[in-house]
Design a protein around this ligand. Structure first.
Ligand code: PLP
Length: 478
């Protein structure tokens, strides 16, 4: 491969797009420029490799392929079979799973596939059997009522949203909170850590059909061996959503009790966060649930996205290389360096630090809401997202927290020294920002005051920090 094969590929693609709709080509180019310039600390984002990106931009996008490998409802799927089988094989090998279903279009879809597979496995429901055989559009209103009657009061126990759980783990506005009779476990108010005795107590009282572990904003490892014991003690199916930390499992940073695959009955994930693949989802399970999982399409999914499955196969092949383990370890080292840098400068962190890829800062110590802090940091060239902290007095919209993560900056090559410099920049912004007032002079949870000179100076230092670590160095668009 010549040194600038990637540049040639992306340049040519943009030329072809520009001939049809130049504004789209411009937006794609502008997105690369923006990503190159921003200090991206969003814990759920990353930068996929050029090979992964390129695997998505082709004629696989044109194919319908409902069904599974070798059993399609459409003709001419032999090449889709090849990439789906490859992606599944890489996933099984990488994670040591008996079965991998690589069709889910996103993490939320992967969770829906898992929920329905568990329901079908565990609950005797003629309505569900019928629903599985028919296309969703062919179900009558009475069929849906029957489904609701037969399945409606099944129970799910998951981590609460404000403790770091995900909204698909039973949060009311999400379908999971409507499908299930749901209860959640939180974290210990003093330590911010999961209290396994409390989870066991909640499980004993509630007796859920499904116990869910996994998180979007919990900065610590979870002991999946203990969680499985709890699930077993009440006869629950144990599901782990490893969307955030799949890269750390793939890179063997999380092993033994902290690797969900040997402990859970079923594991779901996204492929685009720490795993560094295309946007998408995946389900891993043992042979007992495999048949039900494979019914994801048409139960809750439409036709698979063959171009994305091709990209999953590429990204998973990359994650099987030895250097991925080094990458995964550096993600955690960087998160710890960032946490240490913030703590040394007086920031308050939920749980007092991290042992995964993310850090949750409680910005109330700076006199700010998460919303004010997020915007002030953004003005200064630092991209984060606000997030609730446990028992957050400011709720899920304004919040009291800022969630940051290191997968993306680690992909660019930044290390511990740059993490310390990042902590200094973040602390400067948070320290120099004050809460603002509304038009009536009353305190506002959204308005803030930050000297533009500070924002500009930090923005410049953030850009300087990135200069030695170009994003997609192999791609020049000219
Ligand atoms: N599960 C967890 C733990 C997540 O953090 C997320 C995304 O933030 C999802 C599921 C949903 O993923 P997607 O946005 O791909 O649907």
């Amino acid at each position: 491969m010549s040194h600038n094969a990637e540049s040639t590929a992306f340049r040519s693609a943009l030329e072809v797009i520009r001939a049809v709709e130049p504004r789209v080509a411009d937006a794609i180019g502008a997105e690369l420029a923006d990503q190159r310039e921003s200090l991206k600390l969003i814990a759920s984002e990353n930068y996929a490799s050029p090979a992964t990106l390129l695997a998505m931009g082709n004629w696989f996008s044109d194919k319908y392929a409902e069904g599974t490998v070798g059993r399609r409802f459409y003709a001419g799927c032999q090449n889709v079979d090849t990439v789906e089988a490859l992606a599944a094989e890489h996933a099984r090998e990488l994670f040591g799973a008996a079965h991998a279903y690589v069709q889910p279009h996103s993490g939320i879809d992967a969770n829906l596939v898992a929920f329905w597979a568990i329901l079908a496995d565990r609950v005797e429901s003629p309505a569900l059997k019928k629903a599985q055989k028919r296309h969703v559009n062919d179900l009558t209103e009475e069929d849906w009522f029957a489904l609701r009657r037969e399945l409606g009061d099944q129970r799910m126990l998951g981590m609460s949203l404000d403790a770091g759980g995900h909204l698909t783990h039973g949060f009311r506005p999400n379908i999971s909170g409507k499908m299930f009779d749901q209860r959640s476990y939180g974290t210990d108010p003093a330590t911010g850590l999961i209290d396994y005795d409390k989870v066991a107590e909640a499980a004993r009282e509630f007796r859920p059909l499904i116990l869910v572990a996994g998180y979007s904003a919990y900065p610590r490892k979870v002991n999946f061996r203990i969680m499985r014991e709890i699930a077993d003690s009440v006869g629950a199916t144990f599901m782990v959503d490893m969307a955030h930390f799949a890269g750390l499992v793939a890179g063997k940073v999380f092993t033994g009790d902290f690797d969900p695959v040997p402990h859970a009955h079923i594991v779901t994930t996204t492929t685009h966060k720490s795993l560094r693949g295309p946007r998408g989802g995946m389900v891993l399970c043992g042979p007992e649930l495999a048949d039900q999982v494979d019914r994801g399409c048409p139960m809750v999914l439409g036709g698979p996205l063959p171009h994305v499955m091709a990209a999953k196969a590429v990204a998973l092949a990359e994650a099987r290389r030895p250097d991925f383990a080094d990458y995964a370890q550096r993600i955690v080292d960087n998160a710890q360096a960032l946490a240490d840098g913030l703590l040394r400068r007086g920031a308050s962190l939920v749980t007092g630090g991290t042992d995964n890829h993310l850090v949750l800062i409680d910005v109330s110590g700076y006199g700010l809401t998460g919303r004010q802090a997020e915007q002030a940091l953004l003005d200064s060239g630092i991209v984060t997202n606000r997030n609730a902290v446990p028992q957050d007095p400011n709720g899920a919209w304004y919040t009291s927290g800022i969630r940051i993560g290191t997968p993306a900056l680690t992909t660019r090559g930044l290390g511990a020294a740059e993490m310390d410099a990042t902590a200094e920049l973040m602390h400067t912004v948070l320290d120099r920002t004050t809460a603002g007032t509304g038009p009536d002079g009353a305190p506002s949870k959204a308005k803030y005051v930050l000297d533009p000179a500070v924002a500009e100076s930090v923005g410049k230092q953030a850009a300087d920090l990135l200069t030695p670590f170009p994003l997609y160095p192999e791609v020049t668009l000219g």
